[in-house]
Design a protein around this ligand. Structure first.
Ligand SMILES: [Zn+2]
Ligand SMILES: [Zn+2]
Length: 172
């Protein structure tokens, strides 16, 4: 018997390392020991394809790790849509940096990342819906203050407070 590299449960070894589950296999290569949300990119230490995307072996099949991440974390994952990055890091597998969209959304993103993507600041209209959802999620976890979220998202503390109290972005 071997022990799982992620959770140390006893399990059988398949491929080069022992994992008790696909979830643990994913978390190990994502350099995480739990699946709690965090704002930083989850950088893949496993294989990266020639196209720059991380990949993982699940039941003997090679699949894109960011796609697997989205499927694992989001109950409303739609297999017909692409999984897109909201950070500009193709090998990132943090589910909070992933959302689903179409090919068209993907090329819009590329346009965005060339230009004004970096200009997020000052007021809440610089944030997008995903940021707003993430701010509420991170705040709800209790480990982040409004102040730390303001720094994280490069907006004022008031902006964060308005988002959390749903004075702004009521529709999200
Ligand atoms: Zn495990
Ligand atoms: Zn990322």
């Amino acid at each position: 018997m071997n022990v799982c590299e992620t959770c140390f449960k006893e399990c059988k070894k398949s491929f080069s390392k022992a994992f008790c589950s696909d979830r643990c296999r994913f978390l190990y290569y994502a350099q995480r020991y739990n699946d709690l949300p965090s704002y930083d990119c989850w950088n893949w230490r496993g294989k990266i394809g020639r196209d720059g995307y991380a990949f993982i072996m699940i039941q003997g099949k090679r699949i894109r790790a960011h796609r697997y991440s989205h499927r694992m974390f989001y109950r409303d994952h739609d297999p017909n849509l692409l999984v897109l990055h909201s950070c500009d890091n193709k090998s990132c597998v943090n589910p909070m940096h992933l959302r689903q969209g179409t090919v068209q959304d993907n090329s819009n993103d590329f346009g965005k990342s060339q230009g004004h993507r970096k200009g997020k600041s000052v007021n809440t209209c610089k944030l997008d819906e995903l940021d707003v959802k993430n701010i509420r999620k991170l705040y709800a976890l209790g480990s982040n203050t409004q102040k730390s979220l303001a720094t994280m998202f490069n907006v004022s503390q008031n902006a964060i407070s308005y988002i959390i109290r749903r004075i702004n972005w009521k529709h999200v």
